[in-house]
Ligand binder design. Structure first.
Ligand code: CO
Ligand code: CO
Length: 341
């Protein structure tokens, strides 16, 4: 943490933004088990008589909420987090790609985003906030999504993200509860952003390949999944590959069998686990899925990598996606939600 007096904010070039974050990116999420207890039972009775029926709500813990209106599905989501990398522009790009991802994970196309910004105005220069917002704008523009305004607050800890509205074909959504036995599982980005971001935060080492994958849109993956006829997908973020796969398997009433040897990792991810750069969020993810998982002979480091809290991860699709590795399959529901082989 900085010791710079409030009257003289540090020079932008010297700031390491990750040092202002108590947690790391999607690892700063509230743990999945705790969150489910908080929201349990908080579903409103179905609204009647309206022209916007709810297609996807809280019940299945999907990536975004969806209502139908006049033949179109409106997809609504919000996502924001603390700095995952030191560079302001890259953080902005990553946070925007991550927020847009939940629309792609539902089979939608993002059309309008608003910024969500928390900024310690007496400790960090606004010049850096501008860089964060510029990164977000560039990624939204790449996605063909408008950015209109937003909301900002003074906060001791910087946070950035977006609330995003997308549109989709109501008959062609990618839901997390539509998985069926016999479908292969495809993963469109390698794992390991959590441990690499953690290493970056601790040591200052830069991992450009991790930044590139986090800032990459899931647009092509979503379009490819839809073109291949997929009906079930989710994106891999803070709860890790195992956490999001468990949610998908549970919502779909199936068991997911993982071919651990086929799961792709970013260069340096395994070394980062070996060297101890594992976040508390990743350990909580692993604890959360453990009662529902048959780990077989999977070693500890691989378990941690599979549970690694991802930032702006890829799509996990029930179906084959051209160019993406098949990392397992769905089978009829057995004793466990997840089986690692
Ligand atoms: Co998601
Ligand atoms: Co999200």
């Amino acid at each position: 943490m900085t010791t710079t007096p409030a009257s003289t904010p540090p020079r932008p070039a010297t700031v390491r933004l990750t040092q202002f974050a108590h947690g790391g990116g999607c690892a700063c999420k509230i743990p999945p088990g705790e969150l489910e207890e908080v929201v349990a039972g908080l579903t409103a009775p179905p609204l009647t008589g309206g022209d916007t029926p709810l297609l996807v709500g809280l019940a299945t813990g999907d990536d975004a909420a969806v209502v139908a209106h006049r033949g179109t599905a409106l997809v609504c989501t919000a996502d924001f987090f603390t700095p995952v990398v030191d560079d302001a522009y890259d953080w902005g790009r990553i946070a925007a790609a991550n927020a847009l991802s939940d629309v792609y994970a539902m089979g939608g196309r993002p059309v309008l985003a608003v910024n969500l910004l928390a900024w310690p105005r007496d400790r960090l220069p606004f010049e850096l906030a501008r860089e964060v917002l510029r990164g977000g704008l560039d990624i939204a523009t790449e996605a063909g999504c408008h950015v209109g305004g937003g909301h900002s607050v003074d906060d001791p800890e910087p946070k950035y993200g977006m609330a995003v509205t997308g549109i989709a074909d109501p008959g062609r959504l990618l839901r997390n509860d539509a998985g069926r036995p016999g479908l292969p599982l495809s993963l469109t980005k390698p794992l390991g952003t959590g441990v690499l971001n953690n290493r970056h935060k601790v040591t200052g080492e830069r991992f450009e390949h991790a930044v590139a994958t986090m800032a990459a849109l899931n647009r092509e993956a979503s379009e490819a999944a839809l073109a291949a006829g997929a009906e079930c997908a989710t994106d891999v973020t803070g709860f890790g590959f195992l956490g999001h796969l468990h949610k998908l398997a549970r919502a779909s009433g199936v068991t997911a069998v993982v071919d651990t040897a086929a799961v792709p990792y970013l260069d340096g991810a395994r070394e980062a686990v070996r060297d101890g750069y594992v976040s508390g969020g990743t350990r909580r993810n692993l604890e959360w899925v453990a009662p529902y998982t048959d780990f077989g002979h999977t070693d500890t480091d691989t378990r941690l990598l599979l549970a690694d809290a991802q930032t702006s991860g890829g799509l996990l699709v029930a179906g084959e996606v051209p160019g993406a590795p098949v990392v397992g399959e769905l089978v009829p529901r057995g004793t466990h939600s997840l089986v690692l082989g």
